[in-house]
Structures are given as C-alpha cells and as structure tokens.
Design a protein around this ligand. Structure first.
Ligand code: HEC
Length: 123
C-alpha cells in the first residue's frame, strides 16, 4: 500500500515537472516570436531582401542602383525628409523605384523608415 502511494507521488511530481518544462518552453518560444529584437533584425532583413538590390546593404547604393541614380539613403538630402514622405515614397514608389504597399505591410514600411533613419547614425 505505502509502496503504491510513493509511486503515485513520483508520477505526480514528474507530471508537474513535465508540465512546467513544457510551459516554460512554450513561453520562451512565444516571447522569442513576439519580440524579434526591437526594431533591428526584422527590418534589416526586409531591407536586405527588398531594398539592397538597388540601395546596397548599407543604403549607399548598389551597382544596379547607381546606374539608376539612387540617392544615398544615408545622405542629408534623404534624411531631412519627414517620416511621412519616406513612408509615402516606400509605399507608392518614385521614379525608378517600385511601390511596396502591396508587398509590405504598413508596419513593415514603418519599420523600414526607422531603418533608413538608423543608416544615418552608422555613418
Ligand atoms: C529597383 C530598384 C529599387 C528598389 C528595389 C528600391 N528602391 Fe528606393 N529608390 C530607387 C530609385 C531609383 C530611387 C530614386 C527615385 C527618384 O528620386 O526618382 C529611390 C528612392 C528611394 C527613397 C527616397 C530618397 C529620396 O530622398 O528621394 C527612399 C527612402 C527609398 N528609395 C527607400 C527604399 C526602400 C526602403 C526600399 C525597399 C523596400 C527601396 N527603396 C527599394 C530604386 C529602388
């Protein structure tokens, strides 16, 4: 009888431990997904896949971009534009630049504006 009880305790305790462990793992996984490194990682990945073809990884302009006369995104001429204008250019396109409003969400475009701002600081 007592033997039986002890076994129940062991099973009970290990079940609790297992649940705690699973809970912790899920918690870690969900926070990792909810906060992909404030600002940084996600938008720089978007920039590299969508924008660097023309603007270069640092915003200075790739060879393709230079042949299209892309402005240096780090320059004063670009940085002095208000956020609303940068948002609008990225959404609707400008000259040789394609519009991105159908392939990027508003939040992604907003993050890209912040990303473009961060390029200036790296200069
Ligand atoms: C196909 C090449 C190309 C791609 C891809 C591209 N751009 Fe551009 N971008 C241009 C060109 C060309 C201009 C200059 C347009 C003009 O002034 O006529 C420009 C201009 C800009 C400007 C405005 C600069 C200014 O002050 O006039 C910003 C900001 C910008 N691009 C951001 C981005 C971002 C962010 C992405 C990615 C979502 C991106 N671009 C993708 C070619 C591109």
């Amino acid at each position: 009888m007592t033997q039986d009880k002890a076994e129940h305790h062991v099973i009970f305790a290990s079940t609790i431990l297992l649940l705690l462990f699973v809970g912790l793992a899920l918690f870690v996984a969900s926070t990792a997904r909810a906060n992909p490194a404030p600002d940084g990682a996600a938008s720089s990945a978007t920039f590299r896949t969508k924008c660097a073809v023309c603007h270069g990884p640092d915003g200075g302009g790739s060879a393709t971009g230079k042949s299209m006369n892309v402005p240096d995104l780090r320059s004063e001429a670009v940085q002095k534009r208000p956020d609303a204008e940068l948002t609008q250019i990225i959404s609707d396109g400008k000259g040789g630049m394609p519009p991105f409003k159908s392939s990027l969400s508003e939040a992604q475009i907003h993050d890209l504006v912040n990303y473009v701002r961060s390029l200036r600081l790296k200069k």
